[in-house]
Design a protein around this ligand. Structure first.
Ligand SMILES: *Cc1c(COP(=O)(O)O)cnc(C)c1O
Length: 422
């Protein structure tokens, strides 16, 4: 007898698409997922995100909507907002941004005019596109001035940040990024923002879950606005939030709706509410600390195998590896690791001498594997696989990659992933 399909209605209506979902489920079950911005959401978050809440239009905010029939939706959004405020200790939360990039665009719309100077970390240094990088709308419609890290330490150069801020007097200073393996000194950024008359925007997309779980300091005392995705370490659905003091509430809300968006995605709001509920539990604190412990252990194991790590290690969930000494470009290594069942992304390293589409590094992280229950005891094995796969990539040794893929699948089969069939 064949087992009942996991998605019976989908399988009956659209077997082609159902088969693709099944294939993705197997891929996520069998591989070691190490992209630091990814995770596994819980079954509860998955269920909430796939509900009939999706059928409802609700432009506006709870209690002041442009559509009727909000008896339930208002309560869903209020629950998400209240939980966000409680979890992060803020006065105001907007849970409607469709994702991290539109959330950041709403911040520009709220506090800047086209052509204004804004400051952020350069993308190749570990910043995000939406922090004023030239190819992004934020770099085309605003005057983006960019800071980076020091070449000798791989750490943010606060003297240079202060000098640039005082010279350029930006409206907004963004801190946070996508490839920063070290603790962000929000207090130092706050001081510079005050000195230069800028608003400080802490984009904590990558580390929101670590902050919620007490494994990274909070920007709340220092940042004027906190922007975050909900789907990275926070383990929610794909979405975003803007957090602030009450004084900025009106400007942010107006910017999100009607400034930038129409109706909020209520099924996502529900998923965010569930994720915030889960993140407030003691087990999530343990999770956040385990993510960091795993990353530190992995960094140590990689160092022991001769890998060159940007900044020499990690304080958070990610490790940025400069593969230059291994004589393998990042892209070739990333593709070989993928064939070995270890999913990472190629990434620029600071002061990269190669091009962004073919850079020198790879970025690896521990949020997903920690969600499956892997511990520091596994990190020697993981580092060993990475080491062998990178060497195999250099030597064109496909059989070794295939062997590793089997070893990975064998280990992962004993650590069922949240939201996936056991
Ligand atoms: C992921 C990320 C974003 C963008 O989020 P999307 O949901 O992909 O638009 C913005 N800023 C930072 C720092 C991020 O890591």
């Amino acid at each position: 007898m064949t087992p009942a399909p996991r998605h019976p209605a989908l399988s009956a209506t659209d077997p082609d698409l159902a088969a693709l979902v099944g294939a993705e489920e197997r891929l996520q079950a069998e591989t070691l997922r190490m992209i630091p911005s990814e995770n596994y959401v819980s079954s509860a978050v998955l269920e909430a995100s796939g509900t009939v809440l999706q059928n409802k239009y609700s432009e506006g905010y709870p209690g002041r909507r442009y559509y009727e029939g909000q008896q339930v939706i208002d309560q869903v959004e209020r629950l998400a907002v209240d939980r966000a405020k409680a979890l992060f200790g803020v006065e105001h939360a907007n849970v409607q941004p469709y994702s991290g990039s539109p959330a950041n665009l709403a911040v520009y719309l709220a506090f800047a005019e086209p052509g204004d100077t804004i400051m952020g970390m350069a993308l190749p240094m570990g910043g995000h596109l939406t922090h004023g990088w030239s190819v992004s709308a934020t770099g085309r419609w605003f005057r983006g001035v960019q800071y980076g890290v020091r070449q000798d330490t791989g750490l943010i150069d606060f003297d240079a940040v202060r000098e640039l801020a005082l010279k350029e007097r930006p409206k907004l200073i963004f801190c946070g990024g996508t490839a920063l393996p070290r603790t962000i000194d929000f207090a130092a950024f706050g001081e510079i923002a005050q000195e230069s008359g800028a608003l400080l925007v802490a984009d904590v997309s990558h580390i929101a879950g670590l902050i919620a779980g007490g494994a990274h300091p909070s920007p709340v005392p220092y940042a004027d606005v906190i922007s975050t995705t909900t789907h990275k370490t926070l383990r929610g659905p794909r979405g975003a939030m803007l957090l602030s003091r009450e004084e900025h509430a009106k400007a942010l809300d107006k910017a999100v709706f009607p400034g930038l968006q129409g109706g909020p995605h209520n099924q996502t709001t529900a998923g965010i509410a569930v994720a915030l509920h889960e993140a407030a539990r003691p087990s999530f604190r343990e999770y956040a600390h385990a993510v960091v412990a795993n990353a530190r252990a992995l960094a140590d194991e990689l160092l022991a195998r001769g890998f060159d790590l940007v900044s020499g290690g990690t304080d958070n969930h990610l490790v940025l590896i400069d593969l230059t000494p291994k004589e393998v470009p990042g892209k070739i290594a990333a593709k070989a690791l993928d064939r070995a069942g270890i999913v990472v992304n190629y990434n620029t390293v600071p002061y990269d001498t190669r091009k962004p589409f073919d850079p020198s590094g790879i970025r690896v992280g521990t949020p997903s594997l920690t969600s499956r229950g892997l511990t520091t005891a596994h990190m020697a094995t993981v580092a060993d696989w990475i080491d062998r796969a990178v060497r195999a990539a250099a030597e064109g040794d496909e059989p070794t990659l295939t062997t590793i893929r089997t070893e990975v699948a064998t280990l992962m089969s004993t650590y069922p992933a949240p939201g996936l069939p056991a």
